[in-house]
Design a protein around this ligand. Structure first.
Ligand SMILES: CC(C)(COP(=O)(O)OP(=O)(O)OC[C@H]1O[C@@H](n2cnc3c(N)ncnc32)[C@H](O)[C@@H]1OP(=O)(O)O)[C@@H](O)C(=O)NCCC(=O)NCCS
Length: 338
């Protein structure tokens, strides 16, 4: 592609993978002091998927990636950058999960690295793909959001174990000269002063693996649920209102609002604040729970597979997660319709 013409990033294909094992609210009733009624009412979640013991984040990511690359009509060798967003990597220090995915896909000699932005990871990865493509450095970027969240959940803690699930979603972001296919806008941000709202204390240099880590369960996710809930509603509402106003787009002109799937009540509050109709809001939280970085690409895949997402239609992505991090993006789907 000649560098004299402007180059834009376009969202070319989506794929996803969910593990076959279902963990229902009825199953959780047998594990902790909770009820199907409480979980449904407070979160909208009915069930979530759990990866097999020997099924890792990289395995789920590889399966989702193969689908996305095939739907993009590309060969593995066309991918020139691989970015994996995850907070449940195969290995906590090294190698990066993206390197393991590249090996499983058979991609040789390409730059591969991970992003740690919790539930905002996929939209953060989109921003990286956009920057690499628009600078002319890369042409076809594979971005993956993948989580084996069950590996850091304490299944005796009823305040967290009801929320999370496993899965993966992948997208191919490609260079184009066609401005109508370009991302319209993307905003990503963080505020570390809220770091203790959502944290997995170990392993890390603060708490290297020790008997204390095991005894105190510091390897499990800890969350200030109620505080996180309130901040999520406030931040997400402001973020989507800002991106729509900045780009002079009315909320009724968004066919697909794809929010991070953490809690139905958060999604409903933000959707209502934007005066979104039910059919505009993509909802998968009921069947997958919160899959962190995988949540948004899994949701996009859901509407693509059901034939709802057509070529050229606008998506508004909006997410929020540990860090705290948050991000939103406004972009057309530029791949083929199903
Ligand atoms: C976790 C969450 C569902 C809890 O709902 P909530 O309405 O805030 O509930 P609270 O935490 O105030 O707890 C209310 C009561 O329910 C109890 N409770 C908590 N989990 C429960 C469960 N699984 N089953 C039954 N009762 C439960 C609490 O112990 C508390 O009891 P108490 O009043 O006797 O102290 C909600 O806060 C939430 O979704 N937060 C955001 C989480 C999130 O999105 N995290 C990821 C961000 S990416």
């Amino acid at each position: 592609m000649a560098r004299t013409e402007p180059v834009y990033a376009s969202f070319r294909a989506i794929g996803a993978y969910v593990p076959s094992k279902v963990l229902s609210n009825a199953d959780l009733e047998k594990m902790v002091d909770t009820s199907d009624e409480w979980i449904l009412k407070r979160t909208g979640i009915s069930e979530r998927r759990i990866a097999a013991e020997d099924e890792y984040t990289s395995d789920m990511a590889t399966k989702a990636s193969k689908i996305a690359i095939e739907r993009a009509g590309l060969e593995i060798s066309d991918i020139d950058l691989l970015v994996c967003a995850t907070v449940t990597p195969d290995y906590f220090n090294m190698p990066a999960t993206s390197c393991i995915i590249s090996d499983k896909l058979g991609i040789k000699n390409v730059q591969a690295f991970d992003i740690s932005a919790a539930c905002s990871g996929f939209v953060y990865a989109l921003s990286v793909a956009k920057a690499f493509i628009e600078s002319g450095m890369k042409k076809n970027v594979l971005i993956v959001g993948a989580e084996k969240f069950s590996s850091i959940v304490d299944y005796t803690d009823r305040t967290t174990c009801i929320l999370f699930g496993d899965g993966a979603g992948a997208a191919v972001i490609s260079a184009t000269n066609n401005q109508s296919e370009a991302f319209i806008d993307l905003h990503a941000s963080a505020d570390g002063s809220y770091a203790d709202f959502l944290v997995t204390p170990a392993p890390g240099c603060v708490h290297p693996v020790s008997q204390k880590v095991i005894d105190e369960g510091l390897n499990f996710v800890q969350m200030k649920g109620n505080e996180t809930f309130k901040l999520a509603v406030k931040t997400l509402t402001k973020d989507v209102k800002d991106i729509l106003a900045k780009n002079e787009i009315a909320s009724e002109d968004i066919p697909h609002f794809v929010p991070h799937q953490a809690n139905y009540r958060i999604i409903k509050a933000v959707g209502d604040a934007l005066k979104m109709k039910e059919e505009q809001v993509v909802l998968t939280v009921g069947k997958y729970g919160n899959t962190s970085a995988a949540s948004i690409p899994m949701a996009i895949n859901d509407i693509w597979e059901s034939g709802r997402l057509k070529k050229g239609e606008l998506m508004l992505l909006d997410t929020f997660g540990g860090g705290l991090t948050w991000a939103s993006a406004l972009l057309p789907f530029s791949g083929e319709s199903k």
